[in-house]
Design a protein around this ligand. Sequence first.
Ligand code: PLP
Length: 409
Amino acid sequence: MLYCIRDEFKLKKLIKVEEVRKMIYMDHSATSPVDPEVFEAMKPYFIEFFGNASTLYSLGRESRMAMESAREQVASLIGAEKKEIIFTSGGTESDNIAIKGIAYKHKNKGNHIITSDIEHPAVDETCKYLEKNGFEVTYLPVYEDGIVRVKDLEDAITDKTILITIMHANNEIGTIQPIAEIGSIAREKKIYFHTDAVQTVGKISVNVNELNVDLLSLSSHKLYGPKGVGALYVKKGIRLEPIMHGGGHERSIRPGTENVAGIVGLGMACSIAQENLEKDAQKLINLRDRLIAGVLNGIDDSYLNGHRTKRLPNNANFRFTGIEGESLILHLDSKGIASSTGSACSSTKLEPSHVLTAIGLEEVEAHGSLRISLGHENTEKEIDYTITAIKEVVSKLREMSPLWCSSKT
Ligand code: PLP
């Protein structure tokens, strides 16, 4: 019986392993493959050293030790202290724990939260939930370049503001926010400051002290670690109301038996990222700029969404007049290229991306976007193939597009 279920499971695969290997993967902002070194580091913690990290015997202590050295690796990548790292199940959970944790713990001091118009749903929906529960939220605009203005932030602060939560870099258009500046204002006004750094950790230098943040979320699967694990940096001395209740794991901020293998993987991914950060970032910038130049110079009526340079080294987000994003993605898929429109979270929704409308795009323009997010395994040859593929697909789709034809007659 068990065998039948396994066989059925095998049949359900949509794509063969050999095809995956041949594929040009350009959707690293959605997720990244696990680095083989990370996988090797994790393996012993599934079958051999499987002990519960809260137990006293040597098998459990082994898990605890592995977890603590992973905590050190995470802390080191972001310039934090080991005790300031809380392991979670990923970026979404880190964001929820940080935002609700501050809101509920400090509601006696005020009920006002400031965020931006382009946050990931993990922050945006959490703020909307709090709005339904007695909090007031100000959503800062980001203008055409996708960047918040410090002046707008200063104007939004009231004596009821207890929390500012602004993402470090956007997951769709890659724009990087002036986090250090925002942080110093927050510090001066004694307002807690959280940043969602899921897209930046492992890609650009992230140092919690230089950024003046009190809380910072990160996620393992965006930096070549496994899915389902992440961390929250909580500056020492900051108190959070737990959103989950259970055992005393992770200082009771995130109770539940720890995902030791996942945490070991996250730690190793952080260590590798730290070692290669500068080299990888430069390589990615070169590839990104080659792609941007190739697309914008080679295709009429093509545009880059978001700021030209204040963006993630691995992100290019385009729009093409007269083109529908979903068709573009599917045609590129048939040419062996994995890319996306909007973000992974909104790619199955029909509404236009809230990020693209926030930078002032019309609904029809927002539907025509293409996000390419690169990884260190991508090559110049792949970039050149992708530029050619995009040109071919855009031209083919435009021939069939009533939108394009009517704009040209
Ligand atoms: N925040 C940002 C900016 C993200 O890009 C993502 C994932 O796409 C998340 C949060 C959620 O992270 P996770 O998938 O680990 O829950």
